[in-house]
Design a protein around this ligand. Structure first.
Ligand code: HEC
Length: 223
């Protein structure tokens, strides 16, 4: 008899039909390879072992995790004698500033934007939720521990970022913020001193004095 492919189609369809639906029952296992064995499941009650019906024992009262323990040092809390720490306890380095800038861009810029002005993507979608402008004088003058505290606990409508931003990163962000604030202050001071110098030189009095005032001439070097 000549073999016809027609006869192969029916068994093939029957076999494939087994794959068509989601299987909810445990498949038949010839060798179950320890995949199925008795165990305690986290939330399931256990009968007949412990009186409280739990499989896990509760921790003794007042147990503290060794890894999670932190003392009340200014580094960990941003506070000293109940007051915000005035100065960031971590010495400034280039790496720290870069770390702070990078973490700011990740965690803070969605709301505060990368310049800190508060025009991030979140307030552009939710106009009723406006972040503070971190470049305004009121915020620039915050104690370092105060900024640390805002990141740790949130403030008013700003949520806490203590779980996303670890302590080292909070101080790094703080350093990056104060560095950009002092850079901005320097630039505006410089802009005003240049303007003053220009006004001075263009005045008659200035014209007469300018040659003897070399220090007042604006430098052409870039900063
Ligand atoms: C989900 C949006 C959001 C993110 C992300 C966010 N903030 Fe804010 N932030 C706000 C809002 C909103 C306010 C204004 C709170 C208010 O006045 O109700 C604010 C206020 C602040 C203030 C000023 C508090 C004051 O008294 O005006 C500081 C400082 C600040 N944020 C720092 C940060 C830093 C640093 C980060 C990153 C770790 C960050 N924020 C991330 C929304 C955000």
């Amino acid at each position: 008899m000549k073999f016809s492919y027609k006869y192969a189609v029916v068994p093939a369809l029957l076999v494939l039909a087994g794959c068509s639906s989601v299987q909810r029952d445990t498949p038949i296992q010839v060798w179950d390879d320890m995949k199925h064995q008795q165990k305690f499941k986290a939330q399931a009650p256990v009968v007949g072992i412990f009186a409280d019906g739990r499989s896990n024992r509760l921790l003794p009262e007042d147990t503290v995790s060794r890894d999670g323990y932190r003392d009340d040092s200014p580094y960990n809390t941003g506070l000293e004698n109940g007051m915000y720490v005035g100065k960031n306890p971590v010495p400034v380095t280039l790496e720290l500033l870069e770390q702070g800038q990078a973490k700011f861009n990740i965690y803070c810029s969605p709301c505060h934007d990368q310049t800190g002005m508060g025009h991030g993507i979140v307030p552009s979608r939710v106009p009723t939720w406006q972040p503070s402008n971190l470049t305004e004088d009121r915020v620039v003058q915050f104690a370092d521990g105060d900024i640390f505290n805002v990141i740790t606990n949130g403030r008013r409508t700003m949520p806490s970022y203590q779980y996303q931003v670890v302590i080292a990163d909070r101080w790094a962000i703080n350093r990056a913020l104060s560095a950009s604030a002092s850079a901005a202050a320097f630039l505006s001071w410089r802009a005003s001193s240049l303007a003053l110098a220009a006004a001075f030189r263009s005045s008659f009095f200035g014209l007469a004095l300018a040659p003897s005032c070399g220090w007042f001439r604006p430098s052409t070097r870039s900063i």
